[in-house]
Design a protein around this ligand. Sequence first.
Ligand code: G6P
Length: 608
Amino acid sequence: MCGIVGIIGQRDAAPLLLDALKRLEYRGYDSAGLATVDAQGAMSRRRSAGKLRNLERRVETEPLVGGTGIGHTRWATHGAPNEANAHPHVAAPVAVVHNGIIENFRALRDRLAKSGATLTSETDSETIAHLMAQRLAAGEDVKTALLGTIGALEGAYALAFAFEGQPQLLAAARSGSPLAIGFGDDGVMIGSDAIALAPFCDKIIYLDDGDVAILTPTRVDIFDQSGTPVERPAVAVPVQISLAEKGNYRHFMAKEIHEQPEVIARTIGHYLDIGAATMRSDAVPIDFADYRRVSLTACGTAYYSGLVARHWFEHLARLPVDLDVASEFRYRAQNFPRDELSMFVSQSGETADTLASLRACRAAGQTIATIVNVPTSTMARETDIMLPTLAGPEIGVASTKAFTCQLATLAAVAIKAGLDRGTLDEASAREKIEALIEAPRLVADALHVEPQIERIAKIVAPARSALFIGRGPAYGIALEGALKLKELSYIHAEGYAAGELKHGPIALVDDSVPVVVVAPYDDLFAKTVSNMEEVAARGARIILITDARGADAAGEAAEETLVMPDAPSFIHPLVMTVPLQLLAYHAAITNGTDVDQPRNLAKSVTVE
Ligand code: G6P
């Protein structure tokens, strides 16, 4: 999603803004721009389509001067990702950068056009510059104009403004989309997240929904929607955020895949007393005996963690799970039964649909538990019970380590649910806990198949289409494997419940379609193998992902068999995810796609 930066400093702003924007590249974007104001108050702007290096080249040939400025990476919503639609948008004397969607922009554009404004882009964001400029022209001060402007906006936004003629002033506003203000040696800064600001600032303030801020070199004044001054706490920039570097890896994704044993161990250590092989009593402050149902809501990869967790809750705790993607959940006619716990899963804690679903449950008076990776995020702040995944900052757009940490957390929570509800006796709980404690070691072992996967990726990379199948907990993993492949390598990939193949997708199968079969040796193994035989009989090229016992029992249908370490069946989903991540990664390398920032995708989806 769009990235926002801003600075009032002593040095030239453009290099600092470009640096901070580079740290936001991970969010996904398709054009970028900067505007600066020099000491005399003159404003200049440079924008370009495509990657930041295009903007950098532009700034090299046409330098920008001035210590105050704003910058933006744009993930297109309204209008193509070209220069005219890139931010900042200017309506003299105002320049604005925007993350989010203004839902009433058509009405605003019409109104502005009637009042004589000339709009030069197709964006919703440009209307904001004009609204603000009109108010300033009418004699309002910046604070009044800003409150009036946001009062006219419907939708989600994080905004940063610079002003021609005012070299020492920036303004900001937030509703829905996150925004932080930082203080450092180079000056006062604005950023979409702590990652953008980490190298420059030790302390940051997160604006609350509805806040506006007026920034000068010496002070930051924050007001709520009604214009009343408010204090927001300054927090230290988490040290791990400044460590968001690639290390010796070629891509963040490779680093994040290989970090999994460590971050899963860290996450498990939060929920389990590893030495005693017991649950930490205070880590999951929920008594599942109080609930008869769970609703689990998430988007994308996080949703697939819920698909796996549904099995765990139903098997271990006999707890029915109502699972949905957040973009559907929020518009369903909900009953919100009192005895239902509302759970959400999100890496970023900012995904617009998940957040809106959380707020709908909050409005209905439900108890809310959220599994979230960013502890300072909006969801982390708005939930009743925060269940952290300790994956550390995830920079690759395609989620990897956050997913396996979500699985680890959900596995621990499901054990707790089983204990609370008396459906899991102490001995069985201990067996599950011991299995979970093994996960980091087994995930580390699973990484050893990488050389074989590099070879298999060469089979998959030229394909136009691929199928991924699995049953039971492996069904969610098959869906995640298909999502990873399509996100990263742009190969059309479908994940299917193995038993559903013959109800349609088998029509697609011929010898050009690789079929990835996720079949650990568990109770459902023989069923999945039958489905594998059905597609093999139609000429499909089978890649079987299993374990040693599965490889012995699977017969000859597979062209390639990836033998994963033998693992307790409870943690198969964690182990089986690794080869699928590696397959997508190496297929993307073979196809030459942008691994860390695949086209059209965004890391943190802050619009509906
Ligand atoms: C985007 C990302 C995915 C992620 C999904 C949900 O689509 O590209 O990797 O799974 O959003 O994000 P969340 O932060 O809520 O887990």
